[in-house]
Design a protein around this ligand. Structure first.
Ligand code: SF4
Ligand code: SF4
Length: 474
């Protein structure tokens, strides 16, 4: 930044891209992704969908049943570690650049109220509230509320598509009396958004959002944030007393003009010249404001997106690769690898096997003894298409499947309980005094899936003591 002063104001401003413009691009990209993602399906599965109605969770286009929600803690850890890591690196960057609350406020205050309806004079002055004593402004306000209500309905519908897929959502919302929960959630959330964005405003970020409370403990001297340069601008606030210094009291070489452009532009109504404050959402509008002011004096901005280390301590550059950041990065990569591995190893059908309390049955068939073990099995077709399923024992050709005697069909998502009977006519007893326990691998599979839809379970087969077999043979 130091060399910017060497450029003439006009030259410098030509090269400069305001942070506000960059934020608008980020807002647009985030909005498009959020709106489009629920519509994309691969093999009938969504990128992310938590369907309470169907007890399904889709992640990375893989469908999980609610019983398989072991992924959830990993996703939550990913979210929290990600936000903590971003905070250590860039302060409340999430708030200023990605949070829906900020995006919605920019749409309502800067686009609807200021640009479209002219209720506010300039985007650069967010402190001055519109004058609602004028009848024309009252009419405009009603229009603004209506416009925002429409947008809030679209935004809420978009949010709900992550719980009720769009194709289902539109069908259900046309019949509100049959889908009271969905309709109520839509209306309730829209009402909250109208109250929040129009009446609560940026006070949500200052007083309600818990994130602002935890973020300060995560900061260190290398955290980048909007920061005023006391050394160049002059100390405006006197330590903890926060006594404002009048322009006349500034030293001759102090650059701050006390124009307050950085203050009036601030959406959370703070003066960045007082130092780090919990209310700062890192939107960097104050940096843009001071850059414009200082460019007229061919000087770089007094408010910068930088760190305490670089602006106040000044003994080295900001260290982006400090141990804390590397630690967060390693944890994030580890969590992401675990999630992808779990996704790839996900079983494509469900199988639960429980052995019956009866150890075995012995029958004499055509002079041979037949030993049977019975199990209860629950098979679920978790795919989006119907399939035909069957079971077999792998790795032991002396144990056969007696029941179910034929493959059976399961519709998409259907589950069925079956009795599984395994039997052998071979002599497998190994001991006179105790039963023989055989460890088997049971495979359940879809016959029409080229061996892709299959699961294995370890089960036990109990073969009676040798003396019992001998007695039965007589
Ligand atoms: S001080 Fe205000 S304008 Fe500057 S980054 Fe923080 S919230 Fe934005
Ligand atoms: S915009 Fe810059 S010059 Fe104006 S008051 Fe803020 S810090 Fe001072």
């Amino acid at each position: 930044m130091a060399k910017k002063g060497a450029l003439k104001a006009s030259e410098y401003l030509k090269k400069w891209i305001p942070f506000a413009k960059m934020r608008y691009v980020v807002f647009a990209i985030a909005t498009i992704i959020t709106m489009v993602l629920p519509w994309i399906k691969v093999n009938g599965n969504h990128f992310i969908l938590l369907s309470f109605e169907n007890f399904k969770f889709h992640f990375l286009f893989i469908k999980f049943d609610m019983q398989e929600l072991y992924l959830m803690p990993f996703l939550l850890m990913l979210l929290f570690v990600g936000i903590f890591g971003i905070t250590v690196l860039g302060g409340r960057m999430f708030c200023g650049w990605f949070c829906p609350q900020t995006i919605f406020r920019v749409i309502y205050r800067d686009l609807i109220e200021t640009k479209i309806l002219g209720l506010r004079k300039r985007i650069s002055n967010k402190q001055k509230e519109p004058d609602y004593s004028k009848p024309i402004n009252q009419v405009k306000r009603v229009i603004a509320i209506l416009m925002w209500t429409v947008l809030a309905t679209i935004a809420t519908s978009n949010l709900l598509w992550y719980f009720v897929p769009p194709e289902q959502f539109f069908e259900q919302i046309m019949h509100p009396s049959e889908n009271g929960v969905l309709f109520g959630t839509l209306v309730g959330t829209v009402a909250f958004l109208v109250y929040d964005i129009i009446f609560l405003k940026d006070n949500f970020c200052i007083y309600v959002c818990p994130y602002s409370r935890v973020q300060s403990v995560l900061y260190d001297d290398d955290t980048i944030m909007a920061i005023y340069d006391n050394t160049r601008g002059g100390r405006i606030y006197d330590g903890h007393d926060k006594t404002i210094t009048k322009e006349s009291q500034l030293a001759p070489d102090d650059l701050c003009t006390t124009c307050e452009s950085c203050v009036t532009v601030c959406p959370t109504h703070i003066d960045i010249r007082q130092g780090l404050q919990l209310e700062c959402i890192n939107c960097l509008e104050c940096v843009d404001a001071c850059t414009t002011v200082m460019a007229k004096f061919n000087e770089p901005s007094l408010v910068n997106w930088s760190s305490i280390q670089e602006i106040d301590v000044r003994d080295r550059k900001t260290n982006f690769f400090r141990p804390k950041i590397i630690g967060y990065g390693v944890i994030l990569v580890g969590l992401m690898i675990s999630l992808v591995m779990m996704g790839l190893e996900k079983e494509l059908m469900l199988l639960n096997v429980n052995k019956d309390s009866r150890l075995y049955d012995i029958e004499k068939v055509d002079g041979h003894l037949r030993v049977e073990n019975s199990y209860s099995i629950l098979i679920q077709n978790t795919q989006n298409e119907d399939h035909e399923f069957y079971v077999k024992v792998e790795g032991n050709d002396k144990i056969k499947v007696g029941q179910p005697s034929h493959p059976f069909k399961l519709k998409a998502g259907e589950q069925k309980k079956k009795t599984l009977v395994l039997y052998t006519t071979n002599m497998l007893a190994e001991d006179m005094r105790k039963d023989t326990m055989l460890q088997l691998k049971l495979k359940a599979y879809a016959l029409d899936s080229n061996d892709t839809i299959k699961v294995y379970r370890d089960i036990r087969f109990t073969y009676p003591r040798e003396d019992i077999i001998q007695k039965k043979m007589k």
